[in-house]
Design a protein around this ligand. Sequence first.
Ligand SMILES: Nc1ncnc2c1ncn2[C@@H]1O[C@H](COP(=O)(O)OP(=O)(O)OP(=O)(O)O)[C@@H](O)[C@H]1O
Ligand SMILES: [Mg+2]
Length: 301
Amino acid sequence: MDVVRETNLGIGKLRRGKVRDCYQLDGHILLVATDRISAFDVVMPNGIPNKGKVLSRLSKFWFDKTSHIVDNHVVTTEVEEIIERIPELADKEKLLRGRTTLGRLAQPIAVECVVRGYLAGSAWTEYREKGTVAEVEMPEGMLRSQKFDTLLFTPATKAESGHDENISIGRMKAMIGRGLAEQMIEASLKLYNFASDYAATRGMLIADTKFEFGLLDGKLILIDEILTPDSSRFWLGENYKPGEDQQGFDKQPLRNWLQKLTDQGKWDKNPPGPELPEDVITYMSNLYKSVYKLLTGEDIA
Ligand SMILES: Nc1ncnc2c1ncn2[C@@H]1O[C@H](COP(=O)(O)OP(=O)(O)OP(=O)(O)O)[C@@H](O)[C@H]1O
Ligand SMILES: [Mg+2]
């Protein structure tokens, strides 16, 4: 099994995100989804087999399905076409296949658009402590994982530390302008509704998800990845039980394993991350593969 942790394509300007290697070209961006995995904002030393392919192909799957709602950055994910456009990549076909997106280079908007359908994750933690979600008062007595009566839109910015920081919708409007903010909110809610209707036909719930937008020639487009297990919390409908923590398809099992190490004083949540044991790697790989199969009906590899 080939695991890709890092690429060096020798083209354009390289910027490594936590997961994607991004090559900035003239007017385009080549995004290579590696098999890197991060938790607590630290990239782990091991790759997760098939993870990059799941993220890349699942994003493409959703971009195709949602382009009637909002335009997206995808030019192509076909490696042959990518090589035709960038001949320097001719000998990288095997490396790039299934994990690469050629996108239109946009100006990323520094506000992440989080849509929440269910009370989970950091929203649950905040609610339990303060009765609020993203500082907005919520009804009393809500259960863990309970469905919200109306969708919540909880924007966030990337703070200096790289950690996400919730901001209010008012702050979002002040930062990027009211018109643009309203467009992003409307598009995000429509995307969530469309995707959760589709997911329901596959027996899945989308507890929450995050979108990133960019501007291209003054127009709003979707960029990065969408509706993947890294950006979303997927639950199995048949196992859904309000009042309990749901076993999802996200990085929680990895976080739990890491938290145990931290509790034992063996890791302080600073880089470098600890070497992951084989069973954790296999478990996570299977999780990514199974969510792809559940949502698309197809095998990843
Ligand atoms: N079409 C696009 N135009 C410009 N930038 C893009 C586009 N698509 C994605 N990006 C940027 O590429 C990066 C993707 O890499 P990745 O998701 O691994 O980074 P990250 O770790 O989430 O983010 P960061 O490193 O910025 O904190 C993000 O910074 C994203 O904003
Ligand atoms: Mg990202």
